[in-house]
Design a protein around this ligand. Sequence first.
Ligand code: ASP
Length: 316
Amino acid sequence: MNWAIIATWRMALEGVSAASELLKSGGSASDAVETAVKMVEDYPLYKSVGYGGLPNENCEVELDAAFMDGDTFSIGAVGGIKDFKNPVSIARKLSLERFNIFLVGNGAEEYAHKNGFERKNMLTDRAKRIYEKRIEEIKNKNLSPYDGHDTVGIVCLDINKHMAVATSTSGLFMKKRGRVGDSPIPGSGFYVDSLIGGAAATGLGEDIMKGCLSYEAVRLMENDIHPQDVAEKVIYEFSSKLIKKRGKAGAMSIVCLNNKGEWGVGTNVEFSFIFANEKIEPKVYLAYPKGSSTIYTEATKEWLDSYLKRISAPLD
Ligand code: ASP
């Protein structure tokens, strides 16, 4: 039997590697996506997710996360949660509730506290320093405050044909207090149906949610369109629509996986992603838009080395 897992961005590599071990030994897609996302949340140098995530304009780290089970359609999500170690696990726990499955701010924190989730100050010194530097840059150079964001989104199929998806992010750097992006919103940042497939998106949440991109991708996969064609169609058709209606389209990328283990990616910017299945070890790929197609290649050693150097470079 086959299993497969696909994830947004290089930061998911270690998590996907751990999840692959789990899947090899018959583990479930739900455990695999939670395990992988938790590892991204825990790593301090990944500055757009969990611990070490970049703060909002008030220098507070507000996190969004979600979990969905493709067998039961159970969904749990948190928005703007502060000071808890693993938002994805809180989201998964919420997915078991009948009511109140999407909680934000204080309500999410109260729920997490009552259910024994670990508290943690999620603002690292490094993230605080990046915030202080950005404040100076914005003042001096008139830069957009909103650069610097990414979501880990992971879609997985296990050997029992169960599918699950999870997302986690600190959202847009310098966002307004209370801003929630697409990542915890069902159908926008993620969606999965074990009878069809799943998808997870990353990029400018304000634009992704205008097109409900993840639901759209799953809906198209239902018509037996290959996930690669689906991913490209979703990204490029919607980018064009936004440009027609609004004059511009933000960064948008999507990863798709169907219930046969076929997969695809679509992006309108340079984008890294991870894929693994029973035949292919977890690897980093780089994707680029080319006309209305997305091309991708395996990341070179130089790219991988310079990535590690960049995320750990000393800050002055
Ligand atoms: N989609 C996320 C948000 O808007 C950020 C990202 O994936 O880059 O919050």
